[in-house]
Design a protein around this ligand. Sequence first.
Ligand code: DGT
Ligand code: CA
Ligand code: CA
Length: 567
Amino acid sequence: MSKNTEIADIFDKIADALEFKGENTFRINAYRKAARILREYPEDVEEVWKNGKLENIPGIGKGMAEKIEEYLKTGKMKKYEEAISGIPSELLQLLNVPNLGPKTLHLAYTKLNVRSLSELEDVINNGKLAQLPGMGEKKVENIKKGIELYKQGTSRIPIGTALPIVEEIIGELKKVAKKIEPAGSLRRMKETVGDIDILATGKNHSEIIEKFVSHPLVKDVLAKGETKASVIVKEKNLQVDLRVIEEDCFGAALQYFTGSKSHNIKLRGIAKDKGLKISEYGVFKGSKKIAGKTEEEVYEVLGMEWIPPELREDRGEIEAAMEKKLPELIEMKDIKGDMHVHSKYSDGIDEIEKIAIAAKEMGYEYIGICDHSKTSKIAGGLDEDELKRRNEEIDKLNEKIKGIKILKGAEVDILADGSLDYSDKVLEELDFVIGAIHQGFKKDVTERIKKAMDNPYVDIIAHPTGRLLTGREGYDVDIEEIIEYAAKKGVILEINCYPDRLDLNDVNILKAKTQGVIFALGTDAHNIGMLKYISFGIGIARRGWLTKNDVINTYSWEEMPLRRRKK
Ligand code: DGT
Ligand code: CA
Ligand code: CA
């Protein structure tokens, strides 16, 4: 784990502890903000400190810089020890349970002596929690839901966390393996993964296995045999399984271990109907092997087109492959720009110029700068004057930098009554507008989003469900109603590519596509390093069966089918 993450975790724990103790929100937010900045900062904080430049990190003031320095020097932080003193360690973890606030947790701790998840579940089941002042059945029901989410969230890992780990391991194994591929849910680009499955071929099996179990990321070796090994890596206790396969059945093994299980079960049925047998070793007619070296030939002997891994969920892909009617899925090379990037004007780290140059280097034609609007104060939202200044800067930069168009966008808050945070006149001056819920997650969200969609200047709705893969349940929103209304009004729905969000998800994307909705990919990048998150969005889009035409980022700016142009 990098020092950035390590210190960010400590700041977050301080914030948790202060929250639990009921201290002032201003101080709590200061730690949360510092944690977020460190987590997202592209450079190694230890290096920055060594160069004496800690206070140059935007948003890190003197007080926080001192605490960071103290930790880097001594491995300790006094403020942290002080904040957590007197609180049982497992208790603070529980603040990550959705729908369980610090006040309720404090009450459960002081009145019912709850110190752990299992004790919390006990007082829910025996009805004692519901009897506490201010609690009641409904609140407890919500906490119970939160616990379920929490349990899922802690056992599965977002693909954004898993993929870099896998790439590091595979990079190392490439030195000794002839072929090496990730399989399982990771290859299918599922938003979270339970464990990682890697397949390899090569002459010297034991050399590959040795290299794997002795990788610097490995914490524990669970099993080590001649063709298979399982390890736990340091970060997030993720389990990684490696199988070394004979080359002539690599395709069959890759197909088998990519799954999904339901996809495989259906294939097996189809094979059987044809008098064939399919296994991880190949496809067999009697005792004769008729396919197995490549995945393509496995699908071919079953009478199908090769199916992209992202589709293998038994959602109709097998039927489509038999009729040779699989969609031509969107790819990275189709993407002409990113529609959701924050600049230094709001809570991003980088100057617009730097973002534009980075986007150009990625081969983009345009980049949509979307800063927050004025009501999002903690996120540095812009008032009308600041927005005007930012727009003027964009105009100047567009003169100056050739080969990339910078778009004047905004991520505009949808307020409590469903109105937008800027007047129509201000919205009209922008190139495009993303409407977003950032407050009142449980209050009339469906109605508010629909009302926002009535405004002709709202082109896109940001992260439509608001869920976070690391634990937040999302808004109280009827997503089906939103999808239907978006289709009716011609509003674009965002696929937010930020790895904690991936919102809309695959299932909702497919639902929306079926109703004729189109989509916008936006990384929600807060620094240029995050522009690469676009690949997670493409993965989810492919899982939602999207083709090039379904996504506005594949159009040139002039031809982009924005709603404001169709009036
Ligand atoms: P995960 O790890 O929970 O994110 O999901 P997967 O899909 O990676 O599942 P995993 O790691 O349990 O197994 C990897 C693949 O192996 C799975 O996608 C399909 C295949 N597989 C596992 N168990 C079975 C099974 O009982 N029958 C069949 N046909 N395939 C299986
Ligand atoms: Ca797996
Ligand atoms: Ca596995």
